[in-house]
Design a protein around this ligand. Structure first.
Ligand SMILES: [Fe+2]
Length: 253
């Protein structure tokens, strides 16, 4: 089965070109390229909106997905620039919203493979809530397959991307990793966005963290401030063949 991960679309107002980028054109290019890979499933790991969430950005994104026939193939989790309910409505995931202090979108998603299922966590508040952590703890206790794909907008560990690690890291990544680390026999691949870089970190014998580039722009790994690296839009292909995973990033020139 083939999964495509899209992330950090950052759609602004119509005609807006942040950093000189036609963000909507970038998103269309990524979607068209993704379709040519014939995916079984697309996962958007958050930040549909540029800064403040707007209804129009979600409506425009939903229209593009519809035009490309992807409405039934896409799931996702929101980022810190998303409004959870609008994000869920866009992807027909209202049934997965959990209501406690705030609305959150986290859930398990069954894949048609022997080895893997998906768990998607909501870090749109820049942390994983206490309710969510206890749901995740229980989900792992009941988890049946030998391998797991975990999707969350923020990487839960430091990633040697100076500006993002210092200013925009997940606030309670350590708490999440403490839960994950109890499962040393479970092979876990964590797919994130948020950092606007491409990177895979072999965290331990059984845990890999993959950061996927944005469809907007990518930033420098080393600079102390926000410095552009390049503006080629990117996305990730994840192929699951029997119990094996192959993953790579595609950029559009
Ligand atoms: Fe983000």
């Amino acid at each position: 089965m083939r999964i495509i991960q899209l992330t950090d679309s950052h759609i602004g107002r119509a005609g807006e070109t942040p950093l000189g980028i036609d963000v909507r054109a970038h998103f269309r290019q990524v979607i068209e390229s993704a379709v040519s890979h014939d995916p079984d499933l697309i996962i958007h790991t958050g930040d549909i909106c540029l800064k403040e969430p707007t209804e129009e950005a979600y409506r425009w994104t939903a229209d593009v997905l519809n035009e490309c026939g992807l409405q039934d193939k896409i799931i996702g989790v929101p980022g810190n620039h998303d409004e959870v309910i609008q994000f869920a409505i866009m992807l027909d995931l209202e049934g997965q919203i959990k209501y406690s202090d705030q609305a959150e979108l986290y859930y398990q998603y069954e894949l048609d493979t022997q080895a893997y299922d998906l768990i998607l966590l909501d870090s749109s508040s820049k942390a994983i809530s206490t309710n969510q952590l206890s749901w995740f703890r229980n989900a792992l206790k009941e988890y049946q397959k030998p391998k797991l794909i975990l999707c969350v907008h923020h990487p839960p560990i430091l990633c040697s991307v100076r500006y993002m690690d210092q200013h925009h890291r997940l606030e309670n990544g350590l708490e999440l990793m403490k839960i994950i680390e109890e499962y040393q026999d479970l092979e876990i691949d964590i797919f994130c966005g948020h950092y606007h870089v491409e990177k895979t970190i072999r965290y331990s014998m059984n845990i890999n963290v993959h950061i996927t580039p944005s469809s907007y722009v990518q930033i420098s790994h080393d600079a102390p401030g926000f410095v552009l690296d390049h503006s080629r839009p990117g996305y990730r292909v994840i192929d699951l063949i029997d119990d094996c995973m192959m993953t790579y990033v595609v950029y559009i020139d």
